[in-house]
Design a binder for this molecule. Structure first.
Ligand code: SF4
Ligand code: SF4
Length: 145
């Protein structure tokens, strides 16, 4: 099990308390943990504070990565790219490692289960990380039906 600090615990508690909402975003942000270095650039810009940093298991500062509470993500894309004028040919991306994607909400469960963290970590934290993604995908499917 990966150790976590007090403030991270608090934020994980918030993740667990996420409630249902009337209308889901069409897309939510997901992080490919394999590509994420835990640099916190995305964490700094999220307007709803739904991104948390996970320390690495054996070398905390070197193996850390971030994860997104998909039940609290509002799909604003601010963690993916900085909004620019439509006439601006350059897109300013937030993640230096291209680790964040906007995914259709209906597909979020498979992605999180496959790329949301190291296999052992996902297995140990399945209820907190993958089950919310499954709930989101099911709700999205119901809303699309
Ligand atoms: S899409 Fe918006 S709400 Fe979702 S994680 Fe990124 S910045 Fe936060
Ligand atoms: S910006 Fe990218 S590399 Fe940095 S913490 Fe976020 S997902 Fe990870």
């Amino acid at each position: 099990m990966i150790g976590r600090g007090t403030s991270t615990d608090h934020r994980f508690d918030n993740m667990a308390k996420a409630g249902s909402r009337k209308k889901l975003p069409k897309e939510v942000a997901v992080i490919n943990a394999d590509n994420c270095t835990g640099c916190e650039s995305c964490l700094e810009v999220c307007p709803v504070d739904c991104i948390v940093k996970v320390p690495g298991e054996t070398i905390g500062c070197l193996q850390s990565f971030c994860e997104i509470d998909v039940e609290r993500c509002v799909g604003c894309e601010v963690c993916v790219h900085i909004p620019t004028k439509k006439s601006d040919p350059y897109e300013l991306t937030v993640c230096p490692w291209d680790a964040i994607e906007m995914l259709p909400t209906i597909k979020v469960a498979q992605y999180v289960a496959a790329k949301g963290g190291p296999p052992d970590y996902l297995r140990d934290n399945w209820e907190r990380i993958v089950e919310p993604a499954i709930r989101m995908a099911q709700l999205a499917a119901e809303q699309q039906a």
